[in-house]
Design a protein around this ligand. Structure first.
Ligand code: DOR
Ligand code: ZN
Length: 448
């Protein structure tokens, strides 16, 4: 049954037909969800959790599949509020199929697909297309809609029409909405519709033609810089706009210490704002660019050690709510060029959990909160993020926290190879992923 996929961990025949019949027993693991941690076996029937029992007491019903979770954590599937799946329009970089496989391998059971596709998701037709492609995917794929038509920052997208199709997150990600008046109106609509504005914070007039963080490294390399203040001014502007409009504002991929301080102050004064940080901004700095590799070019750019430590502090004290990947696949020819020409962005879905777990000394519950149930809540994604209790939808991942592995770009399920973690040894690997009751990822050793 398993595996015609390039990645040998897949069932190739997933579909709702199987989900209805299937029984699945996940044995020997430690269940960790928002209510805490306990040793328990988990029985799945169809697409829902049927029983959770402590101490290996469950027997596999006849015909049930068994997934070995001994020595592992059984957690709600991860939820990514920020991934670029590139379909429609850039299928040479990624498709919803390959991106959702990468997601499943990373432990994700739900991913928000960013709307900077080609054409962008600024119309009902494109949103419907993404929803249709999402049907056969290895995880739940939720299309985000653009804030402005064509992401051009001039005219609002038909937000109500897109919200009626189920779009809950609106973003011009890739660039910020430069016009404050337009952003205010977008937030007023978002507030009325009960949807989230996911904000790419970079002021274009300050960014100019910058390609790396403005500072010592940009000077040393002779490259134009993107200053941290370009992020800070838009963070401050949009916090103020969220305050007057009552909109739910989610700040994407924060990169600078000054932004963390701004969010901390906003939260202290009661503004309804949430914020995310990426694994790469938590684990890498501008120093990684010294070797002049475009694998480390990303927007907003990798910044200083001080910025990185402020982001870690912000995640630790809850100022930053979410770790999101900003998975940004690009084909080799888009990266294999000069720093100024190269496309910004890096892969994230298959390495995110391991990077965070390896690089940060955070309690597992904090990591899972930031990568599963908190993003599920912020995105209003029902049935994701747990809890692991009878009756809940069976969206789960099984994580071997002791497993060391080396990131090999050629072995990634993504269609692109642009990982900045190539060759790096990481600690913690997803062993199995169960989506809507189906084991979409099963560790190779479990198939023998
Ligand atoms: O580096 C980035 N790449 N930042 C973005 O905001 C967009 C993304 C992309 O779509 O490639
Ligand atoms: Zn992005």
């Amino acid at each position: 049954m398993p595996s015609a996929w390039p990645c040998s961990t897949y069932y190739s025949d997933r579909g709702p037909r199987l989900a209805r019949e299937r029984q699945l027993l996940i044995t020997g693991g430690t269940v960790v969800d928002q209510s805490g941690s306990r040793r328990a076996d988990v029985l799945v029937k169809g697409d829902a959790i049927a029983a959770v029992e402590g101490g290996r007491v469950l027997r596999a019903p006849a015909g049930a599949d068994v997934l070995d979770a001994s020595g592992c954590v059984v957690a709600p599937g991860l939820v990514d509020l920020h991934a670029h799946l590139r379909e429609p329009g850039a299928e040479e970089a990624e498709t919803i199929e390959t991106g959702s496989r990468a997601a499943a391998l990373g432990g994700y059971t739900a991913v928000v697909a960013m709307p900077n596709t080609s054409p962008p998701a600024d119309s009902a037709a494109v949103v419907r297309q993404v929803l249709q492609l999402a049907n056969g995917a290895c995880c739940e794929v939720l299309p985000a809609g653009t804030i402005t038509v064509g992401r051009e920052g001039r005219v609002l997208a038909p937000m109500a029409e897109l919200a009626a199709l189920g779009v809950k997150i609106f973003s011009d990600d890739g660039s910020g909405v430069q016009d404050a008046g337009l952003m205010r109106r977008a937030m007023e609509y978002a507030s009325a519709l009960g949807v989230v504005i996911a904000d790419h914070c970079e002021d274009a007039s300050l960014v100019g033609s910058g390609v790396v963080n403005e500072g010592a490294i940009s000077s040393a390399l002779g490259l134009p810089g993107r200053p941290a203040v370009s992020e800070e001014v838009m963070v401050l502007r949009d916090i103020a706009l969220a305050h007057v409009t009552g909109a739910r504002l989610h700040l994407l991929h924060l990169s600078a210490a000054t932004s963390v301080a701004a969010v901390r102050a906003a939260k202290a004064s009661g503004v309804a704002v949430s914020a995310e940080v990426t694994p790469h901004h938590l684990a890498l700095t501008e120093d990684n660019l010294a070797a002049y590799s475009t694998a480390f070019k990303v927007n907003p750019p990798l910044r200083t050690f001080t910025d990185m430590m402020a982001l870690r502090g912000g995640l630790g004290d809850g100022t930053l709510d979410v770790v999101a990947t900003d998975h940004a696949p690009h084909p080799e020819e888009a990266k294999d060029t000069s720093m100024c020409e190269a496309a910004p962005g890096m892969l994230g879905l298959e390495t995110a959990l391991a990077v965070v777990f390896s690089e940060l000394n955070f309690p597992l519950e904090r990591v899972l909160a930031a990568m599963s149930w908190v993003p599920a809540r912020i995105g209003g994604i029902a049935g994701q993020g747990g809890p692991v209790t009878p009756g809940s939808p069976a969206n789960l991942c099984v994580i071997d926290l002791a497993r060391r592995w080396v990131v090999q770009p050629g072995k990634l399920a993504s269609r692109s190879r642009n990982t900045p973690f190539a060759g790096r040894e990481l600690l913690g690997k997803v062993r199995h992923t169960v989506f809507a009751g189906e084991p979409v990822v099963v560790a190779e050793e479990a198939q023998r």
